[in-house]
Design a protein around this ligand. Structure first.
Ligand SMILES: NC(=O)c1ccc[n+]([C@@H]2O[C@H](COP(=O)([O-])OP(=O)(O)OC[C@H]3O[C@@H](n4cnc5c(N)ncnc54)[C@H](O)[C@@H]3O)[C@@H](O)[C@H]2O)c1
Length: 287
């Protein structure tokens, strides 16, 4: 199967970057979102990201204009319209298992038989999404990192029912985007979310216990570990709601207390202060 048409479903923090890298790699890329307003927000965010690349000399103004008009031409609120001729679909909607299962059922009905259905989930069992379709052999996890245009590693998650051919084609597709695929088992949180969410959860608990301030825990991470970003900066970048959802999913799957989201994270989520995308999280981005 030759992959030519790609469909990205959801155009939030991840979907926008995914659509951008697919279009830049030469794929005919359709974007699907729930509303005109979210499509417009997502497209503007892609444009802003590309303008940074213009300043760094990695793309020309003309290149941005061409890319944006190609993406706009295939941006739609109709899943039917966006997915009907896709060879490869990447689902990047909210981290909500029921929503994703329903979407996979619809994609299975809409897409041609050969289409590979990939999910960008940070934690949900790939097999649960595969079983929502009649093509479990063509369902796979492609866990891209945030922001997709900048981070090279991609976890490839194969369920018990994913066919080797699907893994091979996904591997080639991910490489064609300039990324490095790394295969992992279908286990709660895979490798990335399991490791990093525990670090972020523990950082929030230390802050709650008064061990150190948000700023100082981030400073320690910079100065002592040489990390480019501290756990609170990362929480705000990823989205506190997303991290809490990932922790909850691992908690449900494993029953282990260490995955129970820290109280302060839950409170910020309830207040709608979910990080950069909301203008406020552990830090304030309003000015
Ligand atoms: N944020 C991160 O750092 C990160 C990193 C790796 C993986 N992920 C995963 O990627 C996925 C998306 O996360 P995000 O941070 O981009 O979320 P987000 O909240 O920023 O965006 C979700 C998008 O999905 C859209 N959407 C919701 N329901 C839809 C539907 N039925 N049809 C079409 N669009 C719909 C929303 O309008 C929104 O644009 C999640 O599974 C998340 O776990 C996130």
């Amino acid at each position: 199967m030759i992959i030519k048409n790609v469909c990205v479903v959801g155009i939030g923090v991840m979907g926008g970057g995914l659509a951008q890298i697919c279009a830049q790699a030469g794929y005919d890329t359709a974007i699907v979102s729930r509303s005109e307003a979210s499509l417009e927000r997502g497209l503007k965010s892609i444009q802003r990201g590309l303008e940074i690349f213009v300043k760094r000399g990695r793309i020309t103004e003309d290149g941005v204009a061409t890319l944006m008009s190609a993406l706009r031409a295939k941006a739609t609120t109709s899943l039917e319209e966006g997915a009907k001729d896709a060879d490869f679909v990447i689902e990047a909607v909210y981290e909500d298992l029921e929503l994703k299962k329903q979407l996979f059922g619809e994609l299975d009905r809409i897409c041609p038989e050969h289409t590979i259905l990939a999910t960008n989930t940070s934690t949900f069992p790939i097999i649960a999404l595969a079983m929502a379709t009649r093509r479990p052999d063509k369902v796979i996890g492609t866990h891209f990192m945030n922001p997709p245009p900048l981070i090279h590693g991609v976890e490839i998650i194969k369920s018990l029912m994913t066919a080797e051919e699907t893994v091979k084609q996904t591997d080639e597709f991910v490489r064609s985007l300039g990324k490095e695929p790394i295969e992992v088992k279908d286990s709660p949180g895979f490798v990335v979310s399991r490791m990093i969410c525990l670090v972020m959860n523990e950082a929030v608990r230390m802050y709650e216990e008064g061990v150190a301030s948000v700023e100082d825990i981030d400073k320690i991470s910079h100065l002592c570990f040489n990390w480019p970003m501290g756990p609170f900066q990362l929480l705000d970048l990823i989205g506190i709601d997303i991290v809490a959802a990932v922790l909850r999913a691992m908690y449900v799957e494993t029953g282990s207390e260490r995955f129970k989201p820290a109280l302060r994270m839950v409170q910020l989520e309830r207040a709608g202060w979910t990080g950069r995308k909301a203008g406020k999280g552990f830090y304030d981005y309003s000015s």
